[in-house]
Design a binder for this molecule. Structure first.
Ligand code: DSN
Length: 414
């Protein structure tokens, strides 16, 4: 960062502070990760200098020969990783990937059937405050309020009643396996398209640890930066018959120039995700999540749905008499970064919440395993038991820092 320090010391100092925060703390936000040096280098490369509107072989600017090579590599690699026929790697985010699918498959005013945000869904799945709930008529399913799991029978019943044009499956705060095949069958029965948004679990689907929707659903969308451990961005997978409408919806439909430095970094991520090391990493993410869940439960923390099958746990704090917001702040003071989250049967606003979401992708990337997860589970439990105890928070902060120092973010950063 020597150039930045000279030309813009203010922003250099901010990046330095954030680097220290990441080095010294524990990142348990389920949607975050730590990318490889190779992904960082590609994201920070001179590929950012170029406009490349269009697609490989059909660009609106000259000088795109190397950008064509990078985008083709990204497309081929992600298709082979997921066994898909066609990929669009240009969406700047998961929301834009979802938007491109809606723009391709349905019309304004058409019905969407998707999971409620407050029970684990996502804003871009038809929330009334999001474009998806404003442009389309949104109908939402939740989890069964007793089991706190998806109930495919009642989702099918709802689909028969609503007759949506598209059924959206996938979630951002659901700790259990999702039966994408069942969703595809429901969609088929009611003559709807089916879109699986695998943003959270893409790394688990790519490695076979979670069943993949590819081959079942009409569209699969995702981000690249969660369990897949790539740069921030999105992509869409579909069959060849949908390639032209999807590509047209992304560009010129909703985006201009693709972020070619990010597409290059996506290509690196897809290569990394196809290695044996990444399979081992993904297995460890789930093992770590289960140990964290067991440790929390042994400390009387109630987990939504009673446990986890994936990279995240959803904690119900009701019995501790604190809100998600208070717990997020108390844990933040102890160097443990998490996010407050609504839970099924939520009684508080999304800014306060009764729950907390914790995930293991980032700490697993740093090399932490079962014994560290036990320790982290004990720290979380003690902090939420005594959320006003600032002496405890300071003590845990020092212990967190000491643990973090044994698992460097990058070998040359400590
Ligand atoms: N905001 C992301 C998450 O944290 O789950 C989803 O887009």
């Amino acid at each position: 960062m020597s150039y930045l320090e000279t030309t813009d010391p203010e922003i250099a100092a901010i990046i330095d502070k954030e680097t220290n925060r990441q080095i010294n703390g524990l990142e348990l936000i389920a949607s975050e990760n730590v990318v490889s040096r190779a992904v960082l280098e590609a994201s920070g490369s001179i590929m950012t200098n170029k406009y490349a509107e269009g697609y490989p072989g059909k660009r609106y600017y000259g000088g795109c020969e190397f950008h064509d090579m990078a985008e083709n590599l990204a497309r081929d690699r992600v298709c082979s990783l997921f066994g898909a026929e066609h990929a669009n790697v240009q969406p700047h985010s998961g929301s834009q990937a979802n938007m491109a699918v809606y723009f391709s498959a349905i019309k304004p005013g058409d019905k969407i059937l998707s999971m409620n945000l407050s029970q684990g869904g996502h804003l871009s799945h038809g929330s009334p405050v999001n474009f998806s709930g404003i442009i389309y008529e949104s109908h939402q399913y939740g989890v069964d309020l007793k089991t706190e799991r998806m109930d495919y029978g009642s989702i099918a019943e709802m689909a028969r009643k609503v007759k949506p044009k598209i059924i959206v499956c996938g979630a951002s705060a659901y700790p259990r396996e999702i039966d994408f095949k069942a969703f595809a069958e429901i969609a088929n029965e009611v003559d709807a398209y089916c879109m699986a948004d695998i943003a959270h679990i893409a790394g688990l689907c790519a490695t076979g640890i979670h069943p993949t929707p590819v081959g079942h659903t009409t569209f699969t969308t995702s981000t690249t930066h969660k369990t897949l451990r790539g740069p921030r961005g999105g992509f869409i997978l579909c069959d060849k018959e949908w390639a032209a409408p999807i590509d047209k919806s992304v560009f010129p439909g909703m985006q201009g120039g693709p972020l070619m430095h990010i597409i290059s970094a996506k290509a690196v991520c897809f290569k990394e995700a196809s290695t044996k090391e990444f399979v081992k990493y993904s297995q460890q993410v789930v093992k770590n999540s289960r140990v964290l869940a067991d440790t929390l439960q042994s400390n009387n923390v109630r987990l939504v749905s009673g446990g986890t099958d994936n990279h995240l746990c959803l904690l119900d704090l009701t019995n501790f008499g604190i809100t998600g917001l208070e717990a997020e702040q108390a844990l933040g003071n102890a160097g443990i970064t998490v996010n407050k989250n609504t839970i099924p049967n939520e009684t508080k606003s999304p800014f306060v919440t009764s729950g907390l979401r914790v995930g293991t992708p980032a700490v697993t990337s740093r090399g932490m395993k079962e014994s560290e997860m036990k320790q982290i589970g004990e720290w979380i439990s003690s902090i939420i038991r005594e959320s006003k105890n600032t002496t405890l928070q300071e003590k845990v902060r020092e212990e967190v820092k000491s643990l973090a120092s044994k698992y460097p973010l990058y070998p040359d950063l400590s």
